[in-house]
Design a protein around this ligand. Structure first.
Ligand code: GDP
Ligand code: PGA
Ligand code: MN
Length: 622
């Protein structure tokens, strides 16, 4: 029965006149919106403009409904704290599916269901799921609107929290919709990704809403051939802000495979030496393993400067000059809050101090500011992320380990001006890294692109709170993309190998593998990390320019203790040696794990990766 479903005419709050009657002249978007409205039965449809009045209207409504607490205007202007349902705090990898037509295209690392079957299941869930709610239509673009091929999307969501967060994280609103209409009217074949999201909590007539609506049943689904996204049951960022992980990584990785580029889980930074030499570095670390911190690093070595281009996602394409150019498709930071402070990440602190931010699952101080574990000035009393009284003596944490700040990238005091260049920046070095207590040295340089691909393909890391499930378990997380590769990971490795083969090796970035997380016998970190990581960046740059020494080890080129700038570093020579050590026995123990990992991929694993493994075994004498 569609007679009760809303039409787009006359049902748009806070809009009037012609805009309300015909919110878009884009026939494809209009018909999709109508189709979804008929299925999900919202009370109202709101076409998002992305303007300040809309932000004010939505944030006020979120305060009124109890989802948001407004923070103290003097401390965090125009900023809000959300407390989620305690069960909806992270990405849900076991509920994430790649629904390719053919199961083998999802590969051994993704959950899969046939697209028709998944659509039948989810259509049942979506039927009537927006009753009592507003359906928001969010036109957005990942990357630049001025790009040669702008990467459009339209997210439909029944969550105002998602709309407000999308305004921070992506370029969105009327100007994007106007551009899509223009290109459509000009007959350009512009593609846009339909991205459907519902929290999965319809409201009965007169039913009081809860502060954080969600559903125990969750699905985060990508249809790679159709380039469509369906998400249900969660309000958490990685599950609900569909431009980010779902589009810019899972769907974009499929586009990148087809079109010969790379969509990667990488930060992008600009490094300037005291002599004024500029290098651009991209780095892939699994979630909660240090991307945001490295992207905003404050170097401890004199004269060096870091500027930020991105902290989570890089889209990289070979330019006319044969170099690999990277852009950050995002517009904000969605950073891990705990551990962020004036010492570890002062630039993140400056960014959030400017306000216009949404915090989720951190503590609220009595003076209306936010606080989390690891921040300075521990309050004597606060309200915890669960809404309970909290004091420094409390047994429970004040903030969830995966609590987040969501803040505009334009507020970052060290944002590189090149961020605004749709052509991106030429990458000099790619870093892979993870969280490993043992085995992996502070930094090792790959011998060439294929060896670097081997390092990426065998990347391992201890699991973190960024996804639900056990924390601290070592798993393979290739290129830090395990949860984000939108197709068969074996084919993905092959794509990396092909990029190396098809291009001039001398112009491609050099590849390095880093580990800031190695521990000593007492369980403490061997390497001080954070700003001190600039010493490793310096060594990397000097390697590229042929200046720094390295020891050749079975796993790659590792700094000699003398080649690393340790002036002023508070670290014993023994600790430094331990951080840099390549222990043959530890590495021999990795081999069977790598074999087991590679065997998963059968024929799809590029043979050269087996050759790389054989070479490693031979060098280890294993
Ligand atoms: P992202 O999710 O990859 O962006 O990770 P973040 O940069 O937000 O960091 C996640 C966690 O790792 C935070 O708790 C940081 O304090 C911690 N971290 C980041 N960089 C370092 C480092 O160099 N050393 C150590 N020991 N911890 C770090
Ligand atoms: P990140 O991603 O931890 O890699 O910053 C955010 C997420 O988990 O959704
Ligand atoms: Mn991050």
């Amino acid at each position: 029965d569609t007679s009760t479903s809303p039409t787009t005419e006359g049902t748009i709050p806070s809009q009037s006149g012609a805009a309300a009657a015909a919110p878009t002249s884009h026939p494809g978007i209009l018909s999709w919106v109508q189709e979804v409205a008929e299925l999900t039965q919202p009370d109202r449809i709101h076409w998002c403009t992305g303007d300040d009045a809309e932000w004010t209207e939505l944030t006020e409504a979120l305060v009124a409904s109890g989802t948001f607490t407004r923070l103290n205007e003097e401390k965090k202007p125009n900023s809000f704290l959300a407390q989620s349902d305690p069960t909806d705090v992270a990405r849900v990898e076991d509920r994430t599916f790649i629904c390719s037509v053919d199961e083998k295209d999802a590969g051994p690392t993704n959950n899969w269901m046939a697209p028709d079957e998944m659509k039948a299941v989810m259509t049942d869930l979506y039927r009537g799921c927006m009753k009592g709610r507003t359906m928001y239509v969010v036109p957005f673009v990942m990357g630049h609107l001025e790009a040669d091929q702008p990467m459009f999307g339209v997210e439909i969501t029944d969550s105002a929290y998602v709309v407000v967060s999308m305004k921070v994280m992506a370029r969105m609103g009327s100007h994007v919709l106007r551009r899509m209409e223009e290109l459509d009217a000009a007959g350009d074949d512009v593609h846009w990704v339909p991205a459907l999201h519902s929290v999965g909590k319809p409201l009965a007539e007169g039913e009081q809403d809860v502060a954080w609506p969600c559903n125990d049943t969750k699905y985060i689904v990508q249809f790679p051939e159709e380039r469509a996204i369906w998400s249900y049951g969660s309000g958490y960022g990685g599950n609900a802000l569909l431009g980010k992980k779902c589009y810019a990584l899972r769907i974009a990785s499929v586009m990148a495979r087809d079109e010969g580029w790379l969509a990667e889980h990488m930060l992008i930074l600009k490094l300037t030496s005291p002599e004024g030499v500029v290098k651009y570095v991209a780095a892939a670390f699994p979630s909660a393993c240090g991307k945001t911190n490295l992207a905003m690093l404050e170097p401890t070595i004199p004269g060096w400067k870091v500027e930020t281009l991105g902290d989570d996602i890089a889209w990289m394409k070979i330019g006319d000059d044969g170099r690999l150019y990277a852009v950050n498709p995002e517009f904000g930071f969605f950073g891990v809050a705990p551990g962020t402070n004036e010492l570890t990440n002062p630039n993140a602190m400056r960014t959030i101090d400017l306000g216009n931010s949404v915090f989720t699952n951190v503590a609220l101080t009595d003076d209306g500011d936010i606080w989390w574990e690891g921040m300075e000035n521990t309050p004597a009393h606060a309200r915890s992320w669960k809404g309970q009284d909290w004091t420094p003596d409390s047994e429970e944490l004040s903030s969830h380990p995966n609590s987040r700040y969501c803040t505009p990238i334009k507020q970052c005091p060290i944002l590189a001006p090149e961020y605004d260049d749709p052509q991106g920046v030429p990458i000099d070095a790619i870093l892979f890294g993870g969280r490993r207590k043992t085995t992996i040295p502070l930094v090792a340089e790959a011998r060439d692109w294929t060896h670097g691909t081997f390092m990426g393909a065998t990347l391992s890391s201890e699991t973190t709170a960024a996804a639900t499930g056990a924390v601290g378990v070592v798993r393979r997380d290739p290129m830090a993309m395990l949860p984000f590769i939108g197709y068969n990971a074996g084919d993905y490795f092959n794509h990396w190998i092909t990029v190396g083969k098809d291009n001039d090796a001398a112009k491609l970035p050099r590849i390095f593998y880093v580990n800031w997380f190695r521990r000593d016998e007492d369980g403490g970190f061997l390497w001080p990390g954070f700003g001190e990581n600039s010493r490793v960046l310096k060594w990397i740059v000097e390697r590229i320019d042929g200046q720094a020494e390295a020891a050749e080890t079975p796993i790659g080129h590792v700094p000699t203790p003398e080649s690393l700038d340790v002036e002023g570093l508070d670290m014993t020579p023994e600790a430094l040696a331990a951080a840099l050590e390549v222990d043959v026995e530890e590495w021999k123990a990795e081999i069977p794990q790598i074999v087991e990992w590679f065997e998963k991929f059968g024929d799809t694993l590029p043979a050269v990766l087996w050759t790389e493994l054989d070479g490693l075994k031979a060098r280890l004498g294993a």
